[in-house]
Design a protein around this ligand. Structure first.
Ligand code: ADP
Length: 544
């Protein structure tokens, strides 16, 4: 096929070609077709005649070795090193040991069971004796996702597992909005692990539990887990929830507006989240060398009532399904911006396998030349898509409240972990409910949390408020030029659509990430960055 270049009828360009592996999300096909790409046809086309290959599982190493200059793969080899819960826990623990807990205290203490059983019991007992009240723990199977197989407990007698799990400190004082727990899905795109190049996406999803948070009902899946895959089956999902609205999602933009109403420094939160992303990715660098890859990670971040962000997990293949209109808005733009970030150029349409034969069809589509992406040039999105709707919560009167967990009396520590009638996991209960013909609506519990007065403010609107790019200047030069660098100055573009470059953040960080990653030097730079951020904040606070 051939298409006409924008405004230049004489110039004919081949369309870019995408290749999807089975089970790749449908929205990827939609977005690429919207952009004038064509889908790879194995019967008709040469094996190398594609520009982007997207699959949900890792690529065989042979695919990495045979990559062509015009091609991109959506996974790095071994990116799973941080996306399995036990691997992540192990890497972060190692980094904490090597570089100090001050930087790495953003992930809840975790134990990998059964190996760490003795260590867990030691910590469990120590806490009981020193704090005087039992902590809450969450047990998660390492190979499952979407909230499956999760159990929250206080008493070790309730801990039951049949496979490798991580037992993690349960953050029992989450930030609540109108009594509902929430977490953030932050999209992160790594365009290169060497030199390390990380972009975070300004827009994202805030995911709410659909029943009020209540520490006295640890079994209530709709109150403690924020997975949409669970909450969309909740009795309250479609109903209007005060302060939240219908459904279970907000955009980051709405969340930021909300925080600002309460005078919360959302920029500080953004910086902290970016630091978490960099420090986490540093834990797995360097990865085996591979060119022309990128990785879209989904970082799940929970914010506590002191506005401290906690990393819960990192997702490989973050969900790209469209459950509601908010998903559609965020994910569609995200995918368009990823394609922009991949920096395809006109030359990428001249693949080895020329296709100017009889199959060529001349077609006129809007053609955007990518590769010089700037915020101003961010692609316009096609509108008018049909998705299952969930009513926007933009007119919702919000109320910020903080969790004040009640403490249950618990029995003394016992070394027996299995109970005669083990407690079901949260999701096994959900499954049972879902299988019941007449789903009994989950017991509504009164949140015992202190409520701040509800705010009825017109300021919270669907209008986008932005987390602007980090002020750190990326003024450095590279000797090699990977695909993601701009032509002009051979630097990673600072912002592409909603993607903001967060690493490297200065010349020293760049130098330390080239030619084998010098993690120690990078950590030193991050320490400097953090103290600079802190002093800027203090100065700001003094002038207010
Ligand atoms: P999954 O891969 O099964 O989704 P997650 O680690 O993302 O596993 O946990 C699912 C949900 O459980 C999270 O979205 C969050 O709401 C809750 N959760 C997980 N870990 C914690 C924790 N340590 N403290 C508080 N809530 C947690």
């Amino acid at each position: 096929m051939e298409i006409m270049a924008d405004g230049d009828a004489s110039e004919t360009l081949k369309p870019l070609v995408f290749r999807l592996h089975e089970n790749a999300p449908a929205i990827i096909r939609e977005v690429l077709l919207e952009r004038g790409w064509t889908e790879f046809d194995q019967k008709e086309q040469d094996d190398t005649d594609w520009n982007l290959y997207w699959r949900n599982s890792p690529f065989p190493m042979t695919d990495h070795h045979s990559i062509k200059p015009w091609q991109r793969l959506n996974h790095y080899p071994e990116a799973v090193r941080i996306t399995r819960k036990d691997y992540l826990a192990r890497h972060l623990k190692r980094m904490k040991g090597a570089y100090g807990s001050a930087l790495y205290e953003f992930s809840p203490v975790a134990f990998i069971m059964p190996n760490d059983y003795v260590k867990f019991i030691a910590e469990y007992s120590k806490e009981r004796q020193s704090v005087g009240r039992p902590s809450y723990w969450i047990c998660k199977p390492v190979h499952l996702s979407r909230g499956r197989g999760i159990l929250i407990f206080q008493d070790v007698k309730d801990l039951v597992y049949h496979c490798t799990v991580i037992v993690q400190k349960y953050i029992s004082n989450p930030l609540l909005i109108s009594g509902y727990k929430l977490d953030l899905r932050l999209y992160v795109c790594v365009t290169s692990f060497c030199p390390l190049t990380i972009y975070t996406y300004e827009e994202g999803l805030v995911r709410f539990a659909t029943e009020k948070f209540d520490l006295s009902s640890l079994d209530n899946v709709y109150a403690h887990l924020t997975n949409t895959s669970i909450n969309k089956y909740g009795a309250s999902y479609k109903t209007y929830k005060e302060g939240i609205g219908c459904g279970c999602k907000w955009t980051f933009s709405k969340f930021r507006s909300y925080l600002r109403i309460f005078g919360v420094d959302d920029m500080l939160l953004w910086q902290k989240m970016n630091n978490i992303v960099i420090l986490t990715l540093l834990a797995i660098t360097p990865l085996p060398e591979a060119s022309n890859c990128f990785e879209l990670f989904g970082f799940d971040i929970l914010i506590d009532d002191k506005f401290k962000p906690w990393l819960l997990e990192v997702n490989y293949n973050p969900a790209l399904c469209l459950d509601c209109s908010i998903d559609d808005t965020v994910k569609r733009k995200l995918l368009h911006d990823i394609v922009e970030l991949l920096n395809y150029k006109q030359v990428d349409t001249h693949r080895q396998n020329e296709m100017s034969g009889s199959k060529a069809v001349r077609r006129q589509v809007p053609w955007r030349r990518t590769g010089k992406s700037t915020p101003e040039e961010a692609p316009g999105l096609l509108s008018g898509r049909k998705v299952s709707t969930c009513i926007s919560a933009s007119q919702t009167p919000p109320a910020l409240q903080f969790a004040r967990g009640s403490v249950n009396k618990v029995s003394a520590l016992t070394r027996k972990t299995a109970r005669a009638h083990p407690r079901k996991t949260l999701t096994s209960e959900l499954r049972e409910k879902m299988n019941m013909p007449k789903a009994s609506s989950p017991v509504k519990t009164e949140a015992r949390n202190k409520q701040l007065p509800a705010v009825h403010s017109p300021l919270i609107s669907a209008q986008l408020s932005r987390w602007s790019p980090s002020p750190e200047v990326c003024n450095y030069k590279l000797s090699t030029r990977p695909y993601f660098l701009s032509d002009k100055n051979q630097m990673p573009t600072r912002q592409v659509g909603g993607f903001v470059l967060i690493f490297p953040f200065n010349e020293a960080a760049l130098q330390a990430s080239k030619d084998g990653t010098d993690v120690k030097s990078i950590i030193k730079e991050i320490n400097k960055l953090v103290s600079k951020q802190n002093s800027t904040r203090q100065k700001k606070a003094q002038t207010v």
